[in-house]
Design a protein around this ligand. Structure first.
Ligand SMILES: [Zn+2]
Length: 395
């Protein structure tokens, strides 16, 4: 494959980033690498915040709107190198594809953003109104949108572009998600005399049945709201000859637009109250799981695991502008919605900032053995990001 200079650059950047391992909470080395890349690509400056996110900036000659391009720099781990046909941190190219952990999720997208934004600023000779930011965000894999809050606080963008894989289609929303924990409490007894105890698992199973019959909201575009049991644990464990006095159940809740923390938990709390009234031995509580993650900077991120949904209309002006800019460069994007949760949960869901998703590669390549990204996708995405800059900024 013979590539033009611009195209070769995005390939090189992607390979470089893939070679630096950056599991969640261990992104320091890749941030160091990104400092050099921001300099090489002509960014005006960069800033590393308390959580360790790095954000590079290019300002136009005149004031105007701010666009933030958001890509997470953490990756999921490689559990077994021997299962890979290639070195997961080699960035090797075979048949037009770059291989390695994080190529599709999402160092490829970050490379395309870096190059696309830099190309735009160079071609415009900085004669544009506004500011362009590219963010390498930490701790996305288990904590969507939380580290992004720090970036938003400082940059306060007018528009955000999420680079998660969309096969270069335009995404205008996603369901959110939350983790709900329910605990039931019983009374321990020897299992030879179970009538002397209260089995917390039997109490939980009644609740589980009722929760299964709960009706969830439905959204034409985003689909069904979901409340699905994902794990269950009893105590003592193992429980040889003991009636368990404790049971903990975790639910994954997929959220629709405008469902709030209070609204989502209320039907579960009401159900628990109702069951307490029916059965004096029934005792339970429900709450959101708390996430706690340590950043490589030493800072701790901690919050309830509730990441709101978001959705824009295809008739929205900024969506139309982005769409036509992608069409103009020969892409034929479909307008759809992400099926998974992204940092958009913060920007659009919590902060109400106009957000779209546009990224190279396929979402089902994320987290896989022999993860790769097609060079063609990478190049298309870089052109797409450049096009989005043109569409949203006056120059
Ligand atoms: Zn991702």
């Amino acid at each position: 494959m013979l590539l033009k200079e611009n195209e070769q650059r995005v390939v090189n950047v992607c390979q470089e980033l893939v070679k630096v391992k950056s599991y969640s909470g261990e992104e320091e080395q890749v941030v160091e690498r990104l400092k050099d890349i921001f300099n090489d690509l002509g960014f005006d400056n960069f800033h590393v915040d308390e959580y360790g996110n790095i954000v590079g900036c290019i300002k136009g000659n005149k004031p105007g709107k701010k666009i933030l391009f958001d890509a997470h720099i953490d990756t999921v781990e490689v559990s077994d190198n021997s299962k890979w046909a290639v070195d997961p941190f080699g960035g090797e190219i075979i048949d037009g594809k770059i291989y390695g952990r994080g190529t599709s999720d999402m160092k490829g997208a970050l490379s395309a953003m870096l190059c696309g934004v830099s190309n735009f600023a160079k071609r415009a000779n900085k004669e544009f109104e506004g500011e362009l930011y590219v963010a390498g965000v930490v701790h996305e894999e288990c904590f969507e949108g939380v580290a992004s809050r720090k970036i938003n606080e400082r940059v306060k963008p007018d528009y955000v572009v999420i680079g998660e894989a969309s096969e270069c289609n335009l995404k205008i929303g996603q369901r959110g998600r939350a983790e709900i924990v329910i605990e039931t409490y019983g009374k321990a007894a020897h299992s030879a005399n179970p009538q002397k105890g209260i089995n917390a698992v039997y109490k939980a199973s009644k609740l589980i049945d009722k929760i299964r019959n709960m009706e969830m909201n439905y959204d034409e575009e985003l689909g069904q709201g979901i409340l699905e049991l994902v794990d269950i644990k009893s105590s003592p464990y193992p429980g040889a000859s003991v009636v368990p006095d404790y049971c903990r159940i975790t639910y994954d809740r997929r959220l629709l637009v405008s469902e709030t923390k209070e609204e989502v938990l209320k039907p579960v709390l009401d159900l628990i109250e109702e069951m307490k009234n029916e059965d004096p031995e029934f005792n339970a509580r429900a709450f959101y799981a708390r996430g706690e993650e340590k950043c490589y900077t030493g800072e701790e991120i901690s919050d309830e695991r509730f990441f709101p949904a978001w959705k824009y209309s295809r008739e929205d002006d900024f969506v139309k502008k982005c769409y036509s800019s992608l069409e103009e460069i020969g892409l034929n994007p479909i307008i759809t919605y992400y099926s998974f949760c992204t940092n958009g949960s913060h920007y659009a869901g919590e902060a109400g900032i106009k957000t779209i998703g546009f990224g190279p590669s396929r979402e089902n390549l994320a987290h896989t053995i022999d993860e790769y990204i097609e060079i063609n996708e990478l190049i298309k995405a870089a052109k797409g990001y450049e096009g989005i800059c043109k569409a949203l900024l006056k120059y």
